[in-house]
Design a protein around this ligand. Structure first.
Ligand SMILES: Cc1ncc(COP(=O)(O)O)c(C=O)c1O
Length: 398
C-alpha cells in the first residue's frame, strides 16, 4: 500500500529546519524556527526551570497516568496566569483548563471539539497567520477562511478592513485571534482596540479563540493578557490555547493548555466533558514532566520572581536585536526605512522581504528565513547580525 503514496511537501517552517541541518555550508544562519536563542546562539534552560527540575525529580514517586485534562494544580496555575488573581471567570467556576501537549495540542483538541460539536462552524484566521493554524483545523475536518489583518504597504494593522470583515462573519463561527505577539507580523491591537474588537466579535455572535503562545514576550506576563481579558465579559464565552514552549523555554517538553470559558458553571462542565472526549481519543492524557516544572515554578514565589525576570531578559534581548538589526541595515545602505521593525512585538519580524529575496538569502548566503519574510529575531546575535545585514543588502540591491 505504501508504494502508492506520494511524497508529502515539507512543513513550511520545520521543513526548513531539516534543510538547514543538511546544509554543509559553514556560517549558515537559521532564523526560521521560532525558538529563542541567547547571545551565544544557544537555546538555554531557564535557571528557574532548572531549579524546579531538581525539585521535581526529588519529589516524584510515581509514573501513574494523569487525569484526562491533566493535573488540577497545573490548571489552577494557568487560570491565575491568564486571568489574574481571583478573577470572576475562575472564582465562578465558569472556566476549565486542560493541560495539553504544547499549544499545538490545545489547538488540535479545539479543532476536534469544533468538528464534533459545531460542525457548521468555520474558523476565521488572520491573513497572514502561523502556517500551522490552517493545517491543524484542516486535519480535523474544520473549514477555515481568512480575514484581512495586515496592511503590508504601510506595515500596520488593516483595522478598518478587519472590522468590516468581522461584521460580515456568520453568527456561530469561530474567530481565531493571537493573544499577543501576532505571528508572523508582530503587530497587536492596543488595549482600547482589543475592547472594540470584543464589542464587534460578541456583537456578531462569534466565538473568540485566542491563541496565546507568547505570553510575556511583548510587555510582561500580566500586561500581555490585556487582550484576552477584554473578552472576559459577564456571561461571555471564549477559548484560550496557551503554550509554555517559549515563555518557559520548554519546547521539547510539550506543555500547553486549553481553557474553555462558558457563560456559567453548568455549561462549562458540559463543554469540558466534551473536551475530555476529544483528548481521550487523541492522546488519552498529557505527559506530566513539563507541567510539573511549570507548577513548581509558579507555585514558589521566589522561583516565580526569578522566572519573570528571565522572561524579561529574553524580551530585552529580542528588543535589543531589533534595534541592532535596524541600525545595521541602515549602516549597510539597504534601501528603505526599516524602523517599523522596532515597533513589532514578540519573537518575529515581518521584514517585508519578497519570496525571491528569501530564496536568494538561502541559496546564495545560507541564511534561512520563512517564505513570508518572517525573521526570528531571537536567532540574531551581536556576532551574526553583520553577516545577516550584508546578505540582506546583497539580495535587496540585487
Ligand atoms: C502562533 C503560535 N501558536 C501556537 C504555537 C504552538 O506552540 P507549541 O505547540 O510549540 O507549544 C506556536 C509555536 O510556534 C505559535 O507560533
Amino acid at each position: 500500500m505504501f508504494e502508492r503514496l506520494q511524497m508529502a511537501p515539507k512543513d513550511p517552517i520545520l521543513g526548513l529546519a531539516e534543510t538547514f541541518r543538511e546544509d554543509p555550508r559553514p556560517g549558515k544562519i537559521n532564523l526560521a524556527v521560532g525558538v529563542f536563542q541567547d547571545a551565544s546562539g544557544k537555546t538555554p534552560i531557564l535557571e528557574s526551570v532548572r531549579v524546579a527540575g531538581e525539585r521535581v525529580i526529588q519529589k516524584q514517586n510515581s509514573k501513574a497516568y494523569l487525569p484526562i485534562p491533566g493535573s488540577p494544580v497545573f490548571a489552577a496555575a494557568v487560570g491565575k496566569m491568564l486571568f489574574g488573581e481571583s478573577h470572576e471567570v475562575v472564582t465562578s467556576g465558569r472556566s476549565a483548563t486542560s493541560h495539553t501537549p504544547g499549544g499545538t495540542g490545545a489547538l488540535r483538541v479545539v479543532a476536534d471539539l469544533i468538528h464534533q460539536q459545531f460542525p457548521q462552524a468555520t474558523v476565521w484566521m488572520t491573513d497572514p497567520t502561523w502556517p500551522n493554524h490552517p493545517q491543524i483545523f484542516a486535519a480535523a475536518g474544520v473549514p477555515t477562511k481568512s480575514f484581512p489583518y495586515f496592511d503590508a504597504k504601510d506595515n500596520r494593522m488593516s483595522w478598518d478592513a478587519m472590522l468590516a470583515a468581522i461584521q460580515k462573519m456568520p453568527a456561530g463561527d469561530v474567530i481565531l485571534l493571537h493573544g499577543c505577539c501576532h505571528n508572523p507580523t508582530g503587530i497587536d491591537p492596543t488595549p482600547e482596540e482589543w475592547n472594540q474588537l470584543a464589542d464587534v466579535v460578541y456583537g456578531r455572535g462569534l466565538l473568540p479563540l485566542l491563541d496565546f503562545a507568547y505570553q510575556g514576550f511583548a510587555e510582561g506576563i500580566n500586561e500581555d493578557a490585556a487582550g484576552l481579558r477584554a473578552f472576559c465579559r459577564p456571561n461571555a464565552e471564549l477559548i484560550v490555547c496557551s503554550s509554555f514552549s517559549k515563555n518557559f523555554g520548554l519546547y521539547c517538553e510539550r506543555v500547553g493548555a486549553l481553557t474553555i470559558v462558558a457563560a456559567g458553571k453548568k455549561a462549562t462542565d458540559t463543554a469540558q466533558s466534551q473536551v475530555k472526549v476529544c483528548i481521550r481519543s487523541n492522546y488519552s492524557n498529557p505527559p506530566a514532566h513539563g507541567a510539573e516544572l511549570v507548577t513548581t515554578v509558579l507555585g514558589d514565589p521566589e522561583l516565580a520572581a526569578m522566572w519573570e525576570k528571565e522572561v524579561a531578559q529574553m524580551r530585552g534581548r529580542i528588543n535589543g536585536m531589533r534595534e541592532l538589526l535596524v541600525n545595521t541595515l541602515k549602516a549597510k545602505g539597504v534601501p528603505g526605512d526599516y524602523s517599523f521593525i522596532t515597533k513589532q512585538r514578540g519573537m518575529f519580524s515581518f521584514s517585508g522581504l519578497t519570496r525571491e529575496q528569501v530564496d536568494a538569502l538561502k541559496d546564495k548566503h545560507a541564511i534561512y528565513i520563512v517564505g513570508s519574510g518572517r525573521i526570528n529575531v531571537a536567532g540574531i546575535t551581536p556576532t551574526n547580525c553583520d553577516q545577516l545585514c550584508a546578505a540582506i543588502a546583497d539580495v535587496v540591491k540585487g
